[in-house]
Design a protein around this ligand. Sequence first.
Ligand code: NAP
Ligand code: SF4
Length: 666
Amino acid sequence: MPYSHLLAPLDLGHITLKNRVLMGSMHTGLEETGDWNRVAEFYATRARGGVGLMVTGGMAPNREGGVFPGAAGLFSEQDIENHRLVTDRVHQAGGRIAMQILHAGRYAYSKDCVSASAIKSPISPFAPRALDAEGIEVQISAIVTAAQRAQAAGYDGVEVMGSEGYFLNQFLVRHTNTRTDDWGGSYANRMRLPVEVVRRVRAAVGPHFLLIYRISLIDLVPDGSTWDEVVLLARAVEAAGASLLNTGIGWHEARVPTIATSVPRAAFSYLTARLRPEVSIPVITSNRINSPDVAEALLAEGAADMVSMARPFLADPDFVAKAAVGRADLIAPCIACNQACLDHTFSGKLTSCLVNPRACHETVLSYPPTLTPKRVAVVGAGPAGMMAALVAAQRGHQVVLFDRANALGGQLNLARRVPGKEEFDGLVDWFAASISAAKIDLRLGAAAKVADLRGFDEVVIATGVVPRDIALAGQERALSYSDVLRGAPVGRRVAVIGAGGIGFDVAEFLSAGPHLLAKDLAAWRREWGVGDPADVAGGLVQAQPEPAAREVWLLQRKAEKLGRHLGKTTGWIHRAALTMKGVKMIGGVSYLGIDAAGLRIEKDGVQEVLPVDTVVICAGQLPERGLSDQLSAAGIPHHVIGGADVAAELDAKRAIDQGARLAAGL
Ligand code: NAP
Ligand code: SF4
């Protein structure tokens, strides 16, 4: 059997999970829409895909504990009824689901937030109110009540969120707990709150209800927990009645990436492996696990009893089902980009997925089999064209996909060359496998001409973009980003014109040290200062970044902080990575020209020459519409998608979404 460890059942006494796969908690924003049919369908779709157990997004136990004002929770009979719709639909689909109870503490985006001590978080504008003993009791009771309501709503259990720097975590460490009463000071006192919560929840829900405690294995903040403290807590939580230990990595305010694409796969699972022998309940590992192979290997080597994956279930609800039939190559991979999930969450938008636009849109976007199969031509095998071709073919249309290049992928083939973006390899591979499985007639290596496109019922133009010509004196001496990413020789001192997503990518590509950090855990840990909580509280040590390969200037005309428009949850990582490489990020620049001396610029009215050997232009793109114009002239109707439609602010998310939506309606 493929994936014999991953697909093995897990006996938890009163219930048996059908496999070792947990869909970890994600805040999708669906509950707040009030459309409970949509919430139910989101989870039921994943239950049908075979996942062993799911955990919902965090539900607030009370108003002050909500992540933001109006955050969903089980506050009324009506809330319980709404959640029952979800649990019923999941159970009908053969799934299991636990509700996460999330008290945000000082991370609550509200002036009413509460915590152990009145210490403001660096990522929140609000200082919390320090709770008195009575106030702590109120919070415990609210969490217990939430668990009872979850039980009444038909959940199989609850997950008590104790990691990522939320309320319970805030009591555990001196970083946020400076109390001198029974809830602070010694570790026995600091861990009293989480242990009391688990004990009281267990007493309230009885023995036949899952109680997962999410424990922080490495806080990655100063004065975080030591490893001995983590073990003490794990044992105490087990004794208090937890049935499973899920694991969390890093506080939200930590300045170390923990789930971004540049983090090596399974980077923190060694800590779960170390915790597992210390307790007798099953332990779940998490973070940067996105393929059944990685998950299987972790279980086979005994690093955990279960594997938690969250975003991979946005990318593909059928992850487990496809693994079980030996078609892991057809699992749409989560590339850990955060672009349509966490970046949406933090911008107040509904979650979705770059790779799967149906995620969280199950009831509003579907790909029904067509009743009238058509002949469809798609020109351009970048993300927009590949997705349009794939969805059209999966719906039953006969699709021909053209590209003048010899390989699928378009601009994805540039992105995948950037250090830290290796996950794009898997995305291109998935498109290739899926296009082959959908029996699309693939015609690579020849530019499609108007004559080739006559006779089709639908023609889709996804010919992408061309770099913008910035008409700079001496620009014939410069390289374009595509030259550079394809391997053109570049000198030791480089100026990058344009600091959008591609300028940042190119600066990272040019400054990177010798190790491929996303593939080399030891080097990555040195780069970001990730130590061992057994040696240093919280696991933070002095970062030792590798020396930069080149001296790089990254420039833009706008007089604002560079990278302001990068992803909300990943922009800081790119800026930090470049800062560690000594990249000089300069805004408010005018470009005067390139000559043998270097790049001439003006800044604040002062002219200077940057003494660089190479200038790379990353100044955005324009639509490539040559073929579309010819089709229009020939009177052939066609659709234009992706960069060929709108180049400004194009990214793979918009391209894939547009391709999918067009094909859903053909
Ligand atoms: P972009 O984000 O539009 O950035 C273009 C850059 O060129 C800006 O810094 C702009 O800043 C500068 N520029 C524009 N016109 C110029 C001119 N005439 N002369 C000199 N500079 C000029 O485009 P991009 O970097 O090519 O990226 C394209 C898309 O790919 C983006 O929308 C991005 O979201 C996406 N992408 C995303 C990622 C990611 O990690 N999420 C990575 C790569 C690309 P000034 O006008 O201030 O100079
Ligand atoms: Fe993964 Fe990106 Fe999809 Fe989020 S948007 S689930 S990170 S692929």
